[in-house]
Design a protein around this ligand. Structure first.
Ligand SMILES: Nc1ncnc2c1ncn2[C@@H]1O[C@H](COP(=O)(O)OP(=O)(O)O)[C@@H](O)[C@H]1O
Ligand SMILES: [Mg+2]
Length: 154
């Protein structure tokens, strides 16, 4: 169990815009069965609590289980971006960052393409082979029982 204080900071150029924003945000929160409390007369405490100082000056707390608390941790994607002679392996679907890896420097250098028929497994493998030929001095040895690669090269 954790005791959680969740603060949201709203900043707007005018008072009227701020009122409108707060109204809109309350509506959105209400849709998900959440009630936001406006920290009237406690804005300063609310603001300092939202900074990464590890200080909480707001006394409103809620008991939450570990898994419910974990939802609020924003770092939920794992990035793979190696420097040096790294190859492009596509985009991270969650963070939209590029995935750059040099398999030979990972814990296990083996690789496997998984996917439904027609999803691009062979294409991805051929793209990787092309990158290896362009970027490294490695030998490329293709074992191809279906004779798919030779047909396309020829
Ligand atoms: N990244 C991609 N962008 C555009 N088209 C792609 C991409 N990957 C695959 N394709 C196309 O999708 C089709 C199926 O790809 P393929 O690699 O043969 O699939 P698989 O081997 O998984 O069955 C091919 O016509 C290929 O040109
Ligand atoms: Mg294929």
């Amino acid at each position: 169990m954790f005791l959680l204080t969740f603060t949201v900071v709203n900043i707007a150029p005018t008072r009227q815009k701020l009122e409108n924003d707060v109204f809109t945000i309350s509506g959105i929160a209400q849709k998900y069965n959440c009630a936001l409390k406006r920290l009237d007369w406690q804005q300063e405490q609310g603001f300092t609590s939202s900074l990464v100082l590890g200080e909480n000056a707001i006394e409103i707390q809620r008991g939450m289980t570990t898994s419910s608390t974990a939802i609020f941790i924003p770092f939920m994607t794992k990035e793979l971006r190696m420097d040096g002679a790294a190859l492009y392996y596509g985009m991270n679907a969650l963070s939209n960052n590029v995935i750059m890896a040099d398999r030979k420097r990972l814990k296990n250098p083996n690789g496997l393409f998984l996917g439904t028929p027609g999803s691009g497994k062979s294409f991805a493998a051929k793209r990787e082979i092309t990158f290896i030929m362009l970027m490294t001095q490695d030998n490329v040895i293709i074992c191809d029982p279906e004779d798919e690669v030779r047909q396309e090269v020829a």
